[in-house]
Each structure stands twice: as C-alpha cells, then as structure tokens.
Design a protein around this ligand. Structure first.
Ligand SMILES: Nc1ncnc2c1ncn2[C@@H]1O[C@H](COP(=O)(O)OP(=O)(O)OP(=O)(O)O)[C@@H](O)[C@H]1O
Length: 655
C-alpha cells in the first residue's frame, strides 16, 4: 500500500476511507464527498482499480512473452527445422499413412484414433454417398488402410489422432503433427494436414521418409490395380484410388487372337518414344477402344486384366451419374495422370445422341414419344425398351451432351497419353461421331460363349491351385509333379466334354461361370449335373426366345402397319398434289382466256374509236358527208361542195 500511495498520492488516503484523502488530486475532495453522500465506500473502488491494473500488467507481460516465444519458435522452424506438409486429398498422404501404419508408428502413441468400418447405416453417410454418385464404401478407407474382418466382424483400426507425435527414424527424432481442417460437414471426412518435422536445415531425412513410404506403397500395390472414381467436389476430382486384386489376362477367356491383337496394340502405344512418333506425324497421342456386346461377356474383366498387365491405374467414369455434366467431365479429363486407363462403362446409358444433343432434349423427346405410345401399345416395342433405359439414365440427372463428351475425349485441350476404353451393350445406339476412327481405334465384340470359351472357362475354374479336392484316382501315391500333370490331362478331357455338351453361342460367359462356380469343388459333379442345368436354362431360353419371337412378330406387324399407313399417306399426298396442280392449271387457263378476251375486246373497241375519229376528221376536212364522198371522182375530185370543182375554186381564189 505504501508503494501505491507513493505513486498515486491520495489513493492510500482514500483506501483508509477518509474523504480528505481525495485532496491529493484535482477534484478529489468533491468526488470523495459525492461518493460518501451516496453511501459508496471509495476504498473498495480503489482496490478494484488496483487489482485490474495488476492483471492488465501481467497479461501485457505474458502476451509479450508469447510473442517472444513465437518469434523464437519461428526462428527455429525457419532456420533449424525442416518440415513437409501433406494434405489428405493428395495421394502422398496415403503413402505416408500406410507407412506409419506398417511401422506401427502412430498406433504406439499415447494418443491414437480408433475406427471400425465407416458406418454405412448412417443416413447422412448414405445420403452423401448417393449424392456424390459413389458406391457404398468398401473395406479400404481414405487413408489407404483396409480393415480386415475376423469371424465376428470388422476389426478395429488404430491411427494417429489429431495432435503432436514423435518417433525415431534411423535413430533421429522426427516430430509429426496431424491437424484436422476446421470446416467440414458432419457427413464428410474432414481434410487432414499431416506435417513431419526434423531438426536441421537439410530436408534430406524427410525426403528419404517420403520416398521410402512411396516405394513401400507402390510395391504393395503391384499386386493390385488402383481404381479411381470421380468425386463431385468443386472443382471435380478423382478419389484416391481403391486397390483391387490384380486380374491376370489368362483369367479372361476370350478369342486368343482378339486378346493378342489388343495387347499388342496397347503395348505399341505405350512403348517409350511412341509419344514423339505421334507428335512427329501430327497425331494426338491418344488411343481409344470400344468393347461392346452382351452383358456379362467379360468387357469389364478384360479392362481390369489389361490394367494389371500394363501396370496402369484405372479411372472410372459414369456418364449416367447425377453429378456428371460437360464441365465436370472436362475437368476430370484435365486432371488425369499422364498414363492411365479411362474406363467409361455403358456409354449408351447416358442417353446421349446427336438428335437430342443432351439428356434434357432426350427427356422431352421420350416423354412426348411415350404419350404417343399410349395410343398405340404395340408400336415400336423393342426400341421403347432402349429408350426407357436412356430415360432412366437421364432421371439420374446426367446432363452430358454429345458435344461435351467429344470435347473431353479429343477436344483441342483434351488430355494426351491415356487409353480410353468405352463399353456398351448396345453399339447400335451410339452416335457415329463418338465411335469414328480416331476416337475409337479398335473395337472388340463380346458375345455368347463358343466352344473355345466354354472349355477355357472350365479350365480356369478348375485349374490346380492347391485348393481343389483331388479328383484323380490314386493321387495320394503320386509326386507333386505327377499329380499336377495328371490333373491337367484329366482337366483337358473334362473341359472338352463340357465344351461339346454345352450348345455353342447360347450362354454368356458369366452364366457359364456362374454354373461352374456352383460346383467349384468338383468338376465331375459339374458334368453330372450339366443336363439338368441345360434343360432348365434351355427351357428358360426357349421361353425367352418365344417371347422375343412374339415381340418381334408384334414389331413386324406394327412395322407393316406403319409402312402401309405411310404408303397410303404418300399416295393420298400425291393424289392431293396432282389434284391441286390440275386445279391450278385450270385456273391459270381460265385466267389467260379471260385476259385474252378482254384484250381482244379492248382492241376491237380501240379500232372502232379510231375509225370513228378518222371519219369525223374527214367530215370536217371535206364538209362532205360520207354519202357524198362516195360519189367523188377518184384522183381528181371534180366537185367538192355546192357543185364547184377544185379547179374552179383555185381560179376564183387566184383572181
Ligand atoms: N470372358 C470371360 N472370361 C472370364 N470371366 C468372365 C468372362 N465374361 C464374364 N466373366 C465373368 O462374369 C462376370 C461379369 O463379367 P464382366 O463384368 O466382365 O462382364 P461385362 O461384359 O462387363 O458385363 P456388363 O456389360 O454387364 O458390364 C465376372 O465375374 C467375370 O469374371
């Protein structure tokens, strides 16, 4: 208190409660007596003031100290620490998270996050997935770490929670910070910034960690193919990629020549120096393929197998997705990596054609068509089926137009280096512009299984992978090699039998494979039950064919009716035109005759008038009536008037 009173004279006095104490500063006496008059003890106010002053001083000191600490830490981080920040939207994040997980780094920490599988029952999550046109999530999470199931369900996964961690890499201390982005919606995963720090100005240690993480991840991924799907963010991006187990080309059973031709073409396109060759020849470095044909015939399987064989990631696009539009498509093509396969499945389902140019146009067209269809149920039944499929696609909301698609595929700013694979079940529905050479360089048709495919499918399902129970007599006494050889010999015979008993070109490979898988542990059982399956399938097929035949007959009848109607319309039109022409000609003739008649009458009238005028004139000149004139002597005109000749008249006038 003494110290305070030394600084602020009068305050100490006021603290004692004496109003006289206020005389130490101007007006103090007056304020003191005022406060005393309203019953406030001035000493309390003074104490509060002093306390506030002390608190403010402490805060001031601390904030200056914090500023100092920040400056020091900035100095350290600028000069003595190296750091690398990776955002969770970047593929490198997956490398690092996977690396941390493999090396048990964050999971050993005192702070860790625990997740099970994403809650697929969460309505918000489902809504989000639907909104963005995503499939329900699979086991691989966005940090690239899959969750395995045990017998009871998904296991727990431990990852780094937000915060600071430390670990040692090659005996050196590394700090790590995991920070969640502040703003995110509840049903999205928040973006995360992962920062690694090492002491020292050299970033070599960090680069070494990142490179190790990259190599580890990519080597792990070799046994799988990365599938990226479009995510409708703004701007649109690709998902980080879900690894799918690699598929060998041998596992896709199709015409060997087609397979070889395709693979050779793709290898040729991808080989070093090919890009320069394209550019030297003034060609855009792009290659497109169309896989078309029946559903379940192996189009997607072949694409997966090709990607595995060529070591390329797949970027999947669904044109029928509700979020797909011209600018989205263009943005997605612009962000493709240099080498990849772009897979556009079921391109017919987007409802794109030249007439409508966009889904919206098509919708209107089909809507009006369907109104007409109500009037005539039989008409254009098969085509209607296809149109309904397109309409369904449009109802999903795709607004991609043909020009937008062509622009993305090979417009001036279009991406180079990719392989584009388009698949469709209905090649005939595609616009010619989309599949013209240059956009589609090779087409592969997928049909029902012929004998070669039937045998191949059989062998593929029952190949000796060690799991198959022995179907070779006396196998237990054989060596591994002998057993393998016997297995192959027997399989060859069984496959041949299977191929000969199943009718060729009747079933899709998927149907055949489905049957074989229902007997996957016993090829002989598959042959024993084959007749029953064939009977039921062929019966189904007969029914199907019967209904298709009826549909075709109905279509033929409708077409015939339509043709007749059109012919009748044409005849009526021609008749009508002819009649119209005749009437026109008649009218024209009448008009001409009328005009001619009028002209003649006019001429006649003019002639008469002229004659009359002449007569009039003569009359005036000669004074002779037309009757008398007739009596004149030709050439001489002996008498003119009153019996006087011209000569007499002249002589009279001369005299
Ligand atoms: N040629 C084939 N060789 C091996 N398996 C095949 C073949 N065709 C189909 N399958 C099998 O049938 C299933 C469906 O095949 P896939 O998805 O490749 O057919 P798709 O032609 O792409 O069908 P969709 O047109 O309906 O997309 C897969 O399980 C696949 O393994």
């Amino acid at each position: 208190m003494e110290a305070i009173s030394a600084v602020l004279p009068g305050l100490a006095a006021s603290a004692t409660g004496s109003p006289d104490g206020y005389s130490g500063f101007p007006g103090g006496m007056f304020i003191g007596s005022m406060m005393a008059s309203v019953g406030i003890d001035p000493s309390v106010l003074v104490k509060i003031g002093v306390t506030l002053t002390i608190i403010a001083s402490v805060f001031g000191f601390l904030s200056n100290a914090w500023e100092g600490i920040t400056q020091i830490s900035k100095f350290f981080s600028d000069n003595l620490v190296s750091s690398a920040t990776i955002r969770s939207t970047d593929e490198a994040y997956v490398y690092v998270m996977r690396w941390l997980y493999n090396h048990n780094i964050s999971t050993d920490s005192r702070l860790f996050g625990v997740t099970c599988r994403k809650n697929q029952m969460n309505p918000n999550y489902r809504q989000h997935a639907r909104w963005y046109g995503q499939d329900t999530p699979d086991d691989t999470e966005s940090d690239g770490i899959g969750i395995l199931d045990d017998a009871l369900g998904p296991k727990l996964k431990y990852t780094a929670a937000p915060g600071f961690y430390h670990f040692f890499y090659k005996k050196r201390l590394v700090l790590m910070q995991r920070k969640l982005e502040d703003e995110y919606y509840g049903f999205e995963e928040p973006d995360v910034d992962l920062t690694l720090f090492t002491f020292g100005r050299s970033p070599r240690m960090l680069r070494s960690i990142l490179e190790e993480a990259r190599l580890e991840y990519l080597n792990e991924q070799r046994s799988s193919t990365l599938i990226h799907t479009a995510v409708a963010t703004y701007p649109p991006t690709w998902s980080l990629g879900h690894p799918k187990p690699s598929r060998t080309l041998d596992s896709v059973i199709m015409s060997v020549s087609d397979k070889e031709k395709l693979l050779k073409d793709m290898r040729e396109y991808l080989k070093p120096g090919a890009e320069k060759w394209y550019h030297r020849h003034g060609l855009p470095y792009r290659r497109g393929y169309l896989f078309y044909g029946l559903p379940g015939a192996g189009k997607t399987s072949l694409t997966l197998a090709l990607a595995s064989e060529l070591g390329l990631p797949i970027y999947c696009l669904s044109l029928a997705s509700s979020t797909m539009a011209d600018d989205v498509l263009l943005g997605l093509f612009a962000t493709l990596p240099k080498r990849c396969i772009v897979l556009m499945e079921d391109i017919d389902s987007a409802g794109i054609d030249r007439q409508s140019m966009s889904g919206a146009g098509l919708y209107t067209a089909i809507a009006s068509k369907n109104d007409e269809d109500d009037e005539d149920d039989e008409e254009e039944e098969i085509r209607k089926r296809e149109e309904k499929k397109k309409l369904a696609a449009f109802k999903q909301g795709s607004t991609v137009s043909l020009s937008g698609l062509l622009n993305a595929v090979d417009g001036i700013s279009s991406h180079e280096g990719r392989i584009l694979i388009m698949t469709t079940n209905y090649r005939e529905l595609l616009d010619k512009a989309l599949i013209r050479p240059g956009r589609v360089d090779m087409e592969i048709k997928f049909g029902n299984a012929d004998i070669e495919i039937l045998e191949g499918l059989f062998k593929a399902v029952y190949s000796d992978d060690g799991d198959l129970p022995d179907f070779i007599r006396g196998a237990e006494k054989m060596t591994k090699e002998e057993r393998k050889q016997k297995h192959e010999e027997k399989l060859e015979i069984l496959a041949h039998e299977f191929g000969s008993r199943v009718p060729s070109d009747k079933f899709t490979p998927a149907e055949v494979q489905g049957y074989l898988l229902s007997h996957k542990s016993d090829p002989e059982d598959a042959l024993d039950c084959l007749d029953d399956w064939l009977k039921s399938k062929l019966n189904e097929l007969d029914l199907l064919q019967e209904s298709e035949k009826k549909a075709k007959e109905r279509l033929d009848r409708a077409t015939e009716k339509k043709v007749k109607e059109l012919q009748k319309k044409k005849r009526d039109r021609i008749k009508g035109e002819r009649k119209e022409k005749e009437e026109e000609e008649k009218e024209q003739k009448e008009k001409e005759e009328k005009e001619k008649k009028e002209k003649e009458e006019k001429e006649e009238k003019e002639k008469k008038e002229k004659e009359e005028k002449e007569k009039e004139k003569e009359k005036k000149e000669n004074g002779v009536s037309s009757g008398e004139k007739g009596k004149m002597v030709d050439g001489v005109g002996e008498k003119l008037t009153n019996g006087i000749t011209e000569k007499e008249k002249d002589s009279v006038s001369g005299a």
